[in-house]
Design a protein around this ligand. Structure first.
Ligand code: HQG
Length: 186
């Protein structure tokens, strides 16, 4: 049985907000590579009326289903592995993706995506999933899911660069509609 507790889930959501989108929500700042000081984070989160200590933070980092966060070696710093909307530089590995990757989105966005392509919107990169199940989960967050099948082999051949985060999420620049091979309605 997992050690994850209900409180950890909402705390995890708040930490995700702080480390990826809005550090000021806990009254802290991140450095240029997205790192927060662990002591400052714990104090800042506690100052919002939430309860957080090192043991809980370690549990959240360890149990997180998507491995969203990493500590540095001596656990004095913590950061999110991907998904930032704020201007920090996470040095992600440039790599050759599988020939096909998937983007889960909402049916409501399809017309706009057909016209403008898959855009980064508020994030630093477009996020791509390596399997359909994951893409369905991502798409469901926005409404009725649709899965766009992306011809990443063709994109690579055309010079697009792909990055993979420490937690295994593929990241790309904006994707023109012509690289969408197929649309799946799960
Ligand atoms: C859509 C979660 C209209 C795009 C997930 C997406 C993921 C357009 C939404 C990660 C568009 C942005 C990222 C266009 C793109 N017109 N809509 N031209 N181009 N969109 O949340 O990919 O739980 O920023 O399709 O698991 O949904 O946070 O991106 O639907 O890996 O760790 O605009 O977030 O991870 O939404 O999700 P998001 P996403 P975490």
């Amino acid at each position: 049985m997992s050690a994850i507790k209900n409180d950890d889930v909402s705390l995890g959501r708040f930490i995700s907000l702080v480390l990826r989108h809005e550090p000021s929500a806990a009254g802290i700042e991140l450095d240029g590579e997205g790192w927060a000081d662990v002591g400052e984070l714990i104090n800042g989160v506690c100052d919002t009326g939430r309860k957080l200590d090192m043991e809980t933070l370690e549990r959240i980092v360890h149990e997180n289903n998507k491995k969203r966060y990493s500590f540095n070696e001596d656990k004095t710093k913590i950061r999110a592995n991907q998904g930032h909307s704020i201007d920090v530089h996470i040095d992600m590995k440039i790599a050759t993706p599988p020939d096909v990757l998937y983007h889960g989105t909402s049916a409501a966005f399809l017309d706009s995506i057909k016209e403008k392509g898959i855009l980064k919107m508020s994030r630093q990169y477009v996020h791509l999933s390596k399997d359909i199940d994951t893409a369905v989960k991502v798409g469901k967050r926005h409404g009725k899911p649709v899965i766009l099948v992306i011809d990443t082999a063709k994109m690579s051949a055309d010079g697009f660069v792909f990055r993979i985060s420490d937690n295994g999420v593929w990241q790309s620049e904006d994707i023109p509609w012509k690289y969408v091979n197929d649309i799946k309605y799960p």
